[in-house]
Design a protein around this ligand. Structure first.
Ligand code: IMP
Ligand code: MG
Length: 187
């Protein structure tokens, strides 16, 4: 079991599984109606998924433009009440076909907010690709057009996703299951 920063991380989706899904999703996107895509990655959590999915899109022959938006949810404790733009995109989205990329679709608040502002700005069509779908946590009527994996209701880390700023660099998605020091004390 991988140990990082003294924590035991149980892999949930391996780097190989993710790479294979990325190729499949890229092919689905390439078979979709749009060839002239503006991809907008929602930072920070999607940065590795977006980088890999973009290169898989290149393999299909698509040549998307790429933008980044940093969104943050606010609220008390773990209860999210709203979403705000921390850093906006630079491009004009008017009449563009946009593909939003995010790491996890959970309540749906983040992606609902992002879709709404893009349509308000005149985007022609906004589709959504997420690596993980925690559909049991949904609060908004929003579904992704492209999903890597259905995600069990665990807090996951790695492949761009963090807990308290840690573990974004892991090449796989995993769950923190324990502490090396505590395990050593038990035995
Ligand atoms: P939503 O607005 O509730 O759909 O929240 C989705 C956002 O919450 C994702 O973009 C992630 O940044 C974050 N998030 C939700 N679940 C997890 C998790 O298990 N690990 C890391 N981040 C998560
Ligand atoms: Mg996020």
């Amino acid at each position: 079991m991988p140990v990082v920063r003294g924590k035991i991380i149980e892999p949930l989706f391996t780097a190989e599984q993710i790479a294979e899904r990325n190729r499949t999703i890229a092919a689905e996107i390439a078979n979709g109606p749009t060839k002239d895509l503006l991809v907008i990655a929602i930072l920070k959590g999607s940065f590795i998924f977006a980088a890999d999915l973009l290169r898989a899109l290149h393999e299909t022959g698509l040549a998307p433009e790429v933008e980044f938006i940093t969104l943050s949810s606010y609220g008390s404790g773990t209860v999210s009440q709203g979403v705000r733009i921390v850093k906006d995109i630079d491009s004009d989205v008017k009449d563009r076909d946009v593909l939003l990329i995010d790491d996890i679709l959970e309540s749906g608040r983040t992606l609902k907010f992002a879709k709404e502002i893009l349509y308000e700005r005149g985007a022609r069509n906004v589709s959504v690709a997420v690596l993980l779908d925690k559909s049991v946590k949904r609060k908004e009527a929003l579904e992704a057009d492209y999903v890597g994996f259905e995600c069990p209701d665990y807090f996951v880390v790695g492949y761009g996703m963090d807990v308290a700023y840690a573990f974004r660099e892991l090449p796989f998605v995993g769950v923190v299951t324990g502490d090396v020091d505590e395990e050593a004390q038990k035995s």
